[in-house]
Design a protein around this ligand. Structure first.
Ligand code: AMP
Length: 548
């Protein structure tokens, strides 16, 4: 081998930090406190405070490799931790504040966090599991809704005592930078340990025009929490490019988001579908109340983009970018971009729409394949259904600790647990999460396709289709539906609406009307809960089945 002659500079997050100070000192970070007031500062201020935090953490005894946990909403102090912790070689561990205290106790113990940075507004949550988190030596209070209580370590007080410069170490690029736990809807949550290198590569690719197309010209609002897979890496991208960041704090309801978008002229927003469903309902209900004229792009991920969302926002001139990802992937895996040849003038609009609603094809550096029940690699024919597997430089090679070894294949791929078809162009179509698959009389039914269709019914706000146990067919689809305010539809109307689009045996045997679909801690529909609560629904009555 002839070795090349290029510099072996490590790929470090510290580079983005220094770049922000050097080239974008006047770019802004705006965030909203729980009381609704806005806080605003520049990347120069941000950089100074990151240096102060790095010193303060050192003074608290944080050493390279130590885990520093955060329990915080999206705001500037959390952003400071995103950079200060990895820059000194420690590991930022973002805790999901929507989890149960028992689960948080487990995760903090598993990660052996030594310091916790916590919003003052979340202290009551911490008190519920503090006694079960003996590894935590220091609790530092981020004063989001008032001054830190007496006797606690005050974040601002710690920073004030420190200098605004730091000579950051030149780390090895495989140094761990951040730790996120999977949402663990089945089994215990598992830690995913990202490296500087994986995060830098992920950031560069995310910004590409044919991926998420983030640029310094945007005003970026991550409505995805900073405890959900690093807010999809968006804070790193913003700091790398000098993009104005707008961080929403705890208020993620539709009216508050509309207000923030209008006030700060947000051009690019990102979040899970449930957030955007709420926003769309608000825009439909009060079309003249909100000025969203600045908003041009929206990334939807974490769960499937629905036709109703695609149409509702496209109609308002907002480009919808549908992305698929997982905590195990840093998190971006694929994006539904229309390839140049497929989008040519004269292309069939229905086909384009199907591709936009698909999970797209793998981003650069990510490889995709799907395998059948016997482990055979399946053809990209648009119909063979199998489990999606991926590999690449920002895909987990193993979990933190010893958990989940069965998720990695002997030949170096990660098993995603998503059931997909792949078409001849390489577009992925997720039909289900493997644990959500509905098997009726031995045949698979795609819950995603049916719920998408239901959510395009004019009376339906949200729908989730899940398996109900059935005495004859094993499982039959059941639909949980939430109607829009003031609207409803009968079972017969919903069935008639679906009937032209699906084989009869795919049609739900019954509908459960709810006021909200239960959600996971990251805002996705929690179908396991529906299964637990309504799984026996069809065993109770004697109604005919659509499978007959
Ligand atoms: P998490 O690690 O909590 O973000 O969950 C990852 C899982 O969310 C994936 O394995 C998928 O089941 C689901 N998911 C993420 N993005 C999408 C998407 N665009 N469409 C459908 N499901 C998605």
């Amino acid at each position: 081998m002839l070795t090349g002659r290029m510099m072996d500079e490590p790929l470090l997050l510290t580079h983005f930090l220094e770049r922000a100070r050097t080239f974008f000192p006047r770019s802004e970070v705006v965030d909203r406190a729980p009381d609704g007031s806005l806080h605003r500062y520049t990347y120069a201020d941000f950089h100074r405070r990151v240096c102060q935090l790095a010193h303060a953490l050192g003074r608290l005894g944080v050493a390279p490799g130590d885990r520093v946990a955060t329990l915080a909403w999206n705001h500037h102090r959390h952003l400071e931790a995103y950079f200060a912790v990895p820059a000194i070689g420690a590991v930022l561990h973002t805790l999901n504040l929507r989890l149960h205290p028992d689960e948080l106790a487990y995760i903090v113990s598993d990660a052996e966090d030594v310091v916790l940075l916590i919003d003052r507004s979340l202290l009551p949550l911490w008190r519920q599991f503090a006694a079960r988190a003996p590894s935590v030596r220091h609790v530092v209070v981020l004063p989001d809704d008032g001054p830190a209580p007496e006797g606690t370590l005050d974040y601002e007080g710690l920073l004030d005592a420190e200098p605004g410069h730091y000579d950051f170490p030149r780390l090895e690029e495989r140094t761990a930078a951040a730790l996120c736990y999977t949402s663990g809807t089945t089994g215990r949550p598992k830690g995913v340990l990202y490296t500087h290198r994986s995060t830098v590569l992920h950031t560069l690719v995310s910004c590409m025009a044919d991926v998420l197309a983030i640029s310094g010209q945007e005003v970026l609002l991550p409505a995805v929490p900073m405890f959900h897979a690093n807010a999809w890496g968006l804070p790193y991208a913003a700091v790398a490019l000098g993009t104005k960041l707008v961080l929403p704090g705890p208020r993620l309801d539709a009216v508050s988001l509309c207000d923030l978008i209008a006030r700060e002229r947000v051009s690019f927003a990102a979040g899970v579908p449930t957030i955007w469903m709420g926003l769309l309902a608000e825009l439909d209900a009060h079309p003249d109340h909100h000025d969203l004229s600045s908003l041009r792009r929206m990334v939807v991920g974490g769960a499937a983009l629905t036709p109703a969302l695609l149409e509702g926002f496209s109609r308002r001139g907002i480009e919808m970018i549908h992305a698929w990802g997982m905590t195990e992937l840093n998190p971006l895996g694929s994006v539904a971009r229309i390839k140049p040849r497929l989008g040519e003038a004269g292309a069939d609009p229905d086909k384009i729409r199907t591709l936009r609603l698909s999970q797209g094809y793998a981003a650069p550096f990510v490889e995709q394949r799907h395998v059948g029940a016997a482990g055979e690699v399946l053809p990209w024919d648009g119909t063979s259904m199998g489990e999606l597997e991926v590999r690449g430089p920002w895909v987990a090679a193993s979990y933190f600790g010893d958990a989940g070894r069965d998720r990695f294949t002997a030949d170096g791929w990660f098993k995603t647990g998503d059931v997909v078809t792949i078409d001849a162009e390489g577009y992925l179509h997720i039909t289900d999460r493997s644990k959500d698959v509905i098997k009726s009389g031995g045949e698979w039914i795609s819950s995603v396709a049916i719920e998408n269709a239901l959510m395009s019914h004019p009376a339906v706000l949200e729908a989730a289709v899940f398996a109900g146990r059935h005495p004859h067919w094993d499982e039959r689809p059941l639909a949980a539906v939430v109607f829009k305010p003031g609207k409803e539809a009968s079972k017969e109307e919903l069935t008639a609406f679906l009937a032209p689009r699906f084989a009869k045996f795919w049609l739900p045997d019954d509908y459960v009307v709810l006021s909200q679909i239960p959600r996971t801690s990251t805002g996705k529909f929690l179908k396991t809960r529906l299964r637990e609560e309504y799984g026996d629904w069809l065993l109770q009555g004697n109604q005919p089945s659509n499978a007959e």
